[in-house]
Design a protein around this ligand. Structure first.
Ligand code: ZN
Length: 447
């Protein structure tokens, strides 16, 4: 199981290095040294630590591009998109989910993500009855991650009601609903080599009692929740609880907030941003999806200025690209502030700041402390960029990251290693043909 990789150029925790040999045992880096006897496998290109993708709904990959038509005279919105998504969900079975998820996870690896936090709520049959094996769908997510070879943080979603104050679920939401006993069984799903965490869906879909119960019952796991994505959600929360959503959440979870990932938090106000940062909660930003759904913009500069932690997720999977997520994050701020390089530190690279923030925040949110750097004790998850890509050929050091994120995108990714083994070679996943064939058959049948 032991091997050695000779990295020609690598981004290490202390900066850029040339000619580093990393020793790997059982997928974990066990030594970092100078080149020695020449027995290490040579990795030419620019080696970076793999990025965690902290928010995904894998099945939505099969809807990508299918909801870009305006329905009629009324304005389209997140809520009309949600109706289309519910309609789509109604037709999905376990085999479909597994095929679609494997395809999405394969694309994530090809796009620079080596770990995914799957916010999984499609638990039951279309009529709401559990499958014979109650965690069937969770097991399919695990199988898909294994087929693609991506690291998985499985987040079974707790979904109890259709809206604030006990609003009944609609028929379309029946597949998501769980009582506490059923949820506890889902949390027992085994994830070989990965982790599970809790995911109360949102403040509208659980009661504060459920939220506290889940937090107390699984005290050491990562915890994720959708919060303040839409202005209507903020208004509904104020009407129901007389508090804004992030305030209400932080008041409910108390001193425990450091293990929480607040997904979106788009409409957190300045005071809430300050509380999130102080509590060390991670802001789980999904810039491409938030743009696609017309959610709005999170105030990233204000949050970073207060020491806030953030990571990125592909969420609806309308497009899968680590570079594109980070670029869209910066571009949203440029358009809002009418400035350039908004998220960079003075006289520093924007790409480096974005990459390192998302690496650290993503590692924390996925609950996988062995992620987040090329260093002793860290997992050997590496993304290797092609130095000969036209946008990188004249770049060095931090400008390599800028060139990747702002100009080259996925096309610059040459190879990807997961736990020290190659899963993407020459830009293609090693099992691409079989996974893509199964996906194509699945979506053709669904259509
Ligand atoms: Zn989501």
């Amino acid at each position: 199981m032991a091997s050695k990789l000779h990295l020609e150029t690598a981004l290490m925790p202390d900066g850029w290095r040339q000619d580093v040999v990393v020793g790997i045992d059982h997928g974990v880096i066990t030594s970092v040294e100078e080149p020695g006897d020449g027995t290490a496998e040579r990795v030419s290109g620019i080696a970076l630590p793999g990025l965690p993708n902290l928010h995904s709904h894998a099945f939505q990959r099969a809807m990508a591009g299918l909801t870009e038509r305006r329905r009629g005279n009324e304005a389209d919105s997140f809520w009309t998109w949600r109706e289309a998504m519910y309609h789509f969900v109604d037709r999905l079975g376990p085999d479909d989910l597994e095929a679609i998820a494997a395809f999405a996870y394969m694309e994530m690896l090809e796009a620079g993500f080596t770990q995914v936090a799957e916010f999984h709520y499609l638990h039951h049959q279309p009529d709401g009855r559990p499958y014979d094996t109650p965690n069937e769908m969770s097991q399919r997510i695990v199988a898909a991650a294994e087929a693609a070879g991506i690291g998985l943080t499985l987040l079974p979603v707790l979904y109890r009601q259709g809206g604030f104050l006990g609003k009944p679920a609609t028929p379309a939401q029946r597949r998501f609903l769980c009582d506490r006993d059923a949820y506890a069984r889902l949390m027992e799903t085994e994830v070989p080599g990965g982790a599970t965490g809790i995911a109360p869906h949102s403040l509208r879909a659980v009661t504060l009692g459920d939220l506290g119960w889940a937090a107390r019952t699984w005290p050491d796991r990562p915890a994720h929740i959708h919060v303040a994505e839409q202005e209507r959600e903020v208004a509904d929360c104020l009407a129901a609880h007389n508090r804004r959503p992030v305030d209400l959440l932080l008041d409910t979870i108390g001193s425990d907030a450091g293990r929480w990932c607040l997904v979106h938090a788009t409409h957190a106000d300045a005071a809430e941003l300050g509380r999130m940062a102080e509590a060390s909660a991670v802001a789980g930003l999904c810039p491409i999806t938030e743009a696609n759904l017309g959610d709005g913009l999170f105030d990233v500069p204000a949050f970073l200025a207060r020491g806030g932690r953030l990571g990125v997720g592909s969420d609806s999977l309308i497009r899968i690209s680590a570079a594109d997520e980070l670029r869209t994050l910066e571009y949203g701020q440029r358009l809002m502030h009418r400035q350039r390089n908004v998220l960079a530190e003075p006289a520093r690279s924007t790409g480096r700041r974005l990459f390192e923030a998302a690496l650290a925040g993503g590692a924390r949110a996925t609950g996988e402390e062995r992620l987040g750097g090329i260093a002793n004790g860290k997992r050997a998850d590496l993304v290797v960029l092609d130095q000969h890509h036209p946008s990188l050929v004249a770049a060095r050091d931090d400008s390599l990251l800028d060139g990747w994120l702002f100009a080259a995108d996925n096309a610059a990714i040459k190879s990807v290693y997961r736990r020290g083994r190659v899963v993407v070679r020459d830009g293609r996943h090693i099992a691409r043909d079989a996974i893509a064939r199964r996906y194509a058959k699945t979506v053709a049948a669904l259509a």
